[in-house]
Design a protein around this ligand. Sequence first.
Ligand code: NI
Length: 434
Amino acid sequence: MTEQLQEEKVFKDPVHRYVHVREKLIWDLINAREFQRLRRIRQLGTSYVTFHGAEHSRFNHSLGVYEIMRRILVQFSRRIDLPEEDKLLCLSAALLHDIGHGPFSHSFEKVFCTDHEQWTQRILVGDTEVNRILRQVSDDFPGKVAAVIGKTYENRLIISLVSSQIDADRMDYLLRDTYYTGTNYGSFDIERILRVLRPYDNRVVVKHSGMHAVEDYIVARYQMYWQVYFHPVTRSAEVILRKIFERVRWLYAKGYHFAKRPDHFISLFEGEIGLDDYLALDESVVLFYMGEWSKETDAILCDLCSRFMDRKLFKYVEHDERVANVEWKQEIDELFRSIGIDPAYYLGVDSPSDLPYDIYRAGEEDERLPIYLLMPDGSLEELSRRSDIVESISGKRRFDHKLYFPLDLLEDGTRNPAVVREIKQRLRIDGIVK
Ligand code: NI
């Protein structure tokens, strides 16, 4: 069943040095067209406008998650006897966990209400190369991989290796995103962590002596969210991207005559997108359209696309308590309208708490299984009870509301100066715009 390659294949990897592939199944999955598509989807969406190194793809992240899983299984094989099929299941789920991501996922999913996890399931069980390869193991194997990724599989140990507070996915993306953004916030000692992970009943726990390494990992995660993933410049580009998708959809619905018709998006606009259409969407396609649409006669679409392509982003101010005030927002909208700027496209509120972030919070939700330390007497203790550092950042939800707008349009010299002054005053713009 576990056919091995005649010769081990290796990929050079800047984070793990090498990614080792021994099973033919894994090799075939990597070469499947749905997996190769991940080369054309960036791991960090629009972060490259802030951190120019962040051009890495979901392809190399997925290989990294696979490699971490492979190393965990090597460690575990000294302690428990996992059947070969379970090992293949772990490796396949690690490799394929992100296969359903679309281009610029965060903006894309918000506007079109798609869900990459659902697409992952559809790709695994649908009529795809990945599905045909997985079925060579057994007819129900694609369904098992889907169940592990969907967290419904019966063996909880396998699920917790793929997704938990300390899993192969998170360990890879923290290290990888740190490396490619050129920041240091996300680094931690993965070798040490892999050495102290232990299978225990149906979960993964950490040997007590590894507590400080895990503390480092938790703090790394906390730092990466606030310093990299929620960076306001990245989010500005995301706001513009969202507005572009909304404008195109609106123009299409109105019967606007596009110089470049949005062929790749039509089934999406009409709410009936199938697997093939979805798989044809990637970031090179989206960027191609963006270039074409920056030449459209529709002034808003043209302007937004040029902004995205040329990195002429929106500026932002802190939005704090005013976000809840509907009237305040309506008045600003009205002021924008009165000087010929459409607030639906040029005024964006963004709150990173909207994003699925998962800073360590012990016991908050079932899914976020807390990290347990395995004590010398064989008992388990929840991490934040032993670690003051983890305790201090557990259970504290932080919000960050910002208001995004094009300052250059307000200041282009064609707008009523009294209204512009009024807007600036209300937004408390002077001196604090970034
Ligand atoms: Ni991932």
